[in-house]
Write a protein that binds this ligand. Structure first.
Ligand SMILES: [Zn+2]
Length: 345
């Protein structure tokens, strides 16, 4: 969504939205799926716009839910499950609300809005939320640590040669390069490496807002489930799966299902790929999600190369902090994706 041209964002989509044109388009695929990553908590100073772009303001979230309720049939995750597994028909213009990662603000700031609007959400969380000390998403913590102190040559990742990034390389690209290298490590070696980075770079101010950064503990995850929300899996440790060994990918996917089911005592039938775009997963990941016993798996993009539609590559509309309501409408209706296909983008 960040790449949508200013003309579409500021002129074309508002005009189509206000004329009601987008409300007359039937989304393809049987059910639109919208995806969030949490709500910005009130105590967060908003000092990391790059990472915060994935979260939405609480009031924007409420308006988006109200828009969905007025123009679509918001379906319960259980009904979506029955549809995807047994083909039971959904109402026309069906939409499912999902949210990835399991940040604490999903319980403290997002759930109250969902409840007051009467919407059930499917939360896809990592197995860190099956513990009492979940910490942060490691790649977000790495971002903070590298901000505090650049990685020195003593902290080069094991299988990489020491390289000196040129001064023209942006901080974000240096960070993403480190995320990619660390994703190649198995989970326990990566955790050891993160401990070294923490020891060298910390302490940091990462928990200025615990609700912004910390992942749900198991008791908090249970509260979310007990409030009527559905819980699915999002790997053990959120690596870039395409860079992991076969054995690690299988373990990350399969054991996340087992751990969440054990913690909650109910089936975890849905899976979401970390990062969820074609550069971070491929056919191997789709196959392993199926073999792990999930009923379906979600992407974080609106289209995938393969036809016919694959229940293990379900597209979603990823909502970010700068998504306007007309853009939201244009993406959900499928108009945006059709337009891109029509112009060959
Ligand atoms: Zn994620």
């Amino acid at each position: 969504m960040r790449l949508v041209s200013p003309l579409l964002k500021h002129a074309v989509y508002p005009a189509l939205h206000h004329s009601g044109c987008l409300d007359r388009i039937t989304p393809t695929g049987g059910c639109a799926v919208v995806n969030y990553h949490g709500v910005v908590p009130a105590d967060h100073p908003g000092n990391e716009p790059f990472l915060d772009g994935n979260l939405v303001q609480q009031e924007a979230f409420r308006l988006q839910l109200q828009f969905l309720k007025s123009r679509y049939h918001v379906v319960h995750p259980d009904d979506f499950h029955t549809w995807i597994e047994h083909g039971k028909q959904l109402p026309p213009r069906a939409v499912l609300v999902t949210c990835d990662d399991g940040l604490l603000n999903t319980l403290t700031d997002m759930l109250p809005v969902l409840q007051s609007e009467g919407v059930s959400c499917l939360f896809l969380v990592t197995a860190a939320s099956c513990s009492n000390e979940p910490g942060m998403l490691w790649y977000e913590e790495l971002y903070h640590l590298m901000r505090a102190k650049p990685l020195g040559t003593d902290l080069q990742l094991p299988q990489e040669k020491a390289t000196h990034a040129s001064s023209s390389t942006s901080f974000q690209s240096q960070w993403w390069s480190a995320v990619k290298k660390a994703s190649r490590l198995d989970a326990s070696t990566r955790a050891d490496w993160m401990r070294q980075v923490r020891d060298r770079c910390g302490p940091t101010q990462t928990f200025q807002s615990e609700r912004r950064w910390r992942l749900l503990k198991v008791a908090e995850l249970k509260q979310l489930a007990d409030a009527g929300m559905s819980i699915g899996a999002h790997t053990l440790t959120h690596p870039i799966l395409s860079l992991c060994s076969d054995e690690e990918v299988r373990r990350e996917i399969r054991e996340s299902k087992i751990n969440i089911e054990r913690a909650l005592g109910r089936p975890a039938w849905a899976f979401a790929y970390p990062f969820g775009n074609p550069s971070t997963l491929g056919d191997r990941e789709l196959r392993l999600a199926r073999e792990a016993g999930f009923a379906c798996a979600f992407l974080n993009v609106e289209h995938w190369g393969s036809e016919p539609p694959n229940p293990f590559a379900l597209p979603r509309t990823h909502v970010t902090s700068d998504t306007t309501l007309p853009e939201f409408a244009a993406h959900l209706s499928g108009f945006h994706a059709r337009l891109l296909r029509a112009v060959g983008a």
